[in-house]
Ligand binder design. Structure first.
Ligand code: RP5
Length: 163
């Protein structure tokens, strides 16, 4: 089945972070396509990937990048699909550079920016599923169940001293 989510990142080194997006999509049973697409090392590939993404059947693109984190913005410039940007924690500046590069999009081209690191990657996967759930009642039920279970786990374990 054609994947509806494209999970792309600037480097193989981003996978340790971006696999958190894959984790929640696996939990929710959503197919995704994973590929390294670098804005600065493979710029032509990035342009072609973004231009062809909608016609290939993708509905959401998740883009993760650390250094030179213009990847999600460049992808968004070439597609009308929603692009969710994940700032990967860079070594030099702890991901603040990635966050600002991804969040500070000039008016007219939108990138939805998540938190730095694995929490942001996980939430990007979750948000992609939530977007798809608007037209997928079965997926909507799975997300509701995930949220209910999360709430019940917290309520059942209120003592912070216990694991
Ligand atoms: C960016 O630079 C990637 O997104 C990665 O976060 C960072 C470092 O890349 P590598 O030098 O590890 O390939 O392109």
């Amino acid at each position: 089945m054609q994947a509806k989510v494209a999970l792309i990142m600037g480097s193989k080194s981003d996978w340790a972070t971006m696999e958190s997006a894959a984790e929640i999509m696996d939990i929710l049973g959503v197919n995704y396509h994973v590929e390294v697409v670098s804005a600065h090392r493979t710029p032509v590939k990035l342009t072609e990937f973004a231009e062809q993404a909608a016609e290939k059947g993708f509905q959401v693109i998740i883009g993760g990048a650390g250094g030179a984190a213009h990847l999600p913005g460049m992808v968004a410039a070439h597609t009308r699909l929603p692009v969710l940007g994940v700032p990967v924690q860079s070594k030099a500046l702890n991901g603040m550079d990635s966050l600002l590069s991804i969040a500070q999009m000039p008016k007219g081209v939108a990138v939805g920016t998540l938190a730095i690191g694995t929490a942001g990657a996980f939430n990007a996967g979750l948000l992609a599923c939530q977007i798809l759930a608007n037209s997928d009642p079965e997926l909507a039920k799975k997300i509701d169940a995930f949220r209910t279970q999360q709430t019940e786990t917290v309520l059942a374990n209120p003592d912070p001293r216990e694991a």
